[in-house]
Design a protein around this ligand. Structure first.
Ligand code: GLY
Length: 381
């Protein structure tokens, strides 16, 4: 029996609205879905070798069957370290040197995880001053977060996503079948963002039963449903504050202040993004608790959800709180070097708060550590 398919609208203004398609078997139908948004029969797939190995051919075949002519596949190496301007230049070279020249009506198809989506999206935002593109995310993290909302870019010097552009896709196709080739740890990492949507807006996601990589095959409807609910929250927030101007979009960074500092302190090698966010969400809950913003019951709920989804919730002992504090002023949400935190008043009611004193952050991290000792939460490294 075919698993359920569903869609989530992203109702942006001025004809830039698009649809997120979520389901099983979507790659086989990608050609038909994408003809509806393409302005010509020319499409270029940008992806990485490990993803191309599994999914480029079925996508190409589907595009050809729907009338796209010889869709080219352009590759760049896998890994966050290739999310650079050098990769961007090499992809532009490859586009420039294609035997058949491309024009402004060419559709770029970003096939892969968050790095592919960000880099291919930025190429699409820039080449010929802007091409249409669609996102075909192949990781849970990309399906629930990075493929939606039009943030594109590359890392620059010490800054993650420091150079980039807002450029909205024309469609997002999240085929859960592609998650079958995802390592379980990557799958769990995506659940970090799902828990985040639970905290900021949708209590059902916070109360969700444990979701495991095996559910992609055994219970795809469960996986489709958590992706759908997450996308509903993301789409809603993005539409309300597309360019992060009012502060609302910043709530998508719940758990990210300490999470980003942990990733940076460990040179992006120790934690998967969602793991760092799991720890960071518990930190934010504890900081909120010491400030009297987050009730203890809410902190406990956040902590329980992180544990349920088998994400780490403790800062490893070898990472000093002072090291994290020193990195906070560099956070993209920092103002005048003072870190800001998204804190929860209740589940579904969060606020971006500034002027949080160093002492309060340290007290929150100390509370987190004391809970870790008593609850014996295991570190995943
Ligand atoms: N991932 C945060 C955002 O899209 O704004």
């Amino acid at each position: 029996m075919k698993a359920a398919m569903t869609t989530v609208p992203v109702p942006l203004s001025a004809g830039r609205d698009y649809t997120i398609h979520i389901g099983s078997g979507l790659l086989a139908e990608a050609g038909a879905t994408l003809t509806a948004v393409a302005r010509s029969s020319r499409a270029i797939i940008i992806t990485q070798p490990p993803i191309a190995k599994h999914w480029a051919k079925p996508l190409q075949e589907s595009l050809c069957a729907a009338g796209f002519v010889d869709p080219d596949v352009i590759l760049f190496p896998a890994g966050e370290r290739y999310k650079t301007l050098a990769t961007m230049a090499s992809l532009c070279d490859k586009l420039y040197n294609l035997p058949r020249t491309i024009d402004r009506k060419t559709l770029v198809v970003a096939l892969g995880g968050g790095v592919v989506g960000d880099v291919a999206g930025f190429v699409a935002a820039s080449y010929l001053r802007g091409l249409d593109y669609v996102q075909v995310p192949t990781t849970l993290l990309a399906m629930v977060d990075s493929s939606i909302g039009g943030k594109t870019g590359v890392d620059f010097r010490a800054g993650k996503n420091l150079v980039g552009a807002f450029h909205q896709p024309r469609a997002v196709l999240a085929d859960v079948d592609t998650l079958r080739t995802l390592p379980p740890r990557e799958f769990r990492s995506g659940l970090g963002e799902v828990v985040k949507y639970g905290v900021i807006r949708d209590p059902a996601l916070l109360d969700a039963k444990p979701v495991r990589a095996g559910d992609i095959t055994a219970a795809p409807e469960t996986v489709i449903e958590i992706i759908r609910r997450s996308c509903v929250v993301k789409a809603d927030v993005v539409c309300a504050d597309e360019r992060e101007e009012t502060g609302l979009r910043a709530i998508l960074n719940y758990g990210h202040t300490i999470g980003h500092a942990l990733e940076s302190a460990t040179h992006y090698r120790r934690f998967k993004h969602g793991e760092a966010i799991g720890i960071g969400m518990v930190s934010a809950a504890c900081i909120g608790e010491v400030l009297g913003v987050t009730p203890t019951a809410v902190r406990e709920k956040v902590q329980a959800a992180v544990q349920t989804q088998q994400l780490p919730g403790c800062i490893p002992n070898d990472i000093e709180p002072d090291t994290l504090l020193a990195l906070l002023g560099r956070d993209k949400k920092a103002e005048d070097g003072v870190a800001r935190f998204v804190l929860a008043h209740a589940v579904g009611d969060v606020e971006l708060m500034g002027q949080i004193r160093k002492e309060s952050v340290l007290a929150g991290l100390a509370l987190q550590q004391s809970l870790c000792t008593s609850a014996r939460i295991e570190e995943i490294s």
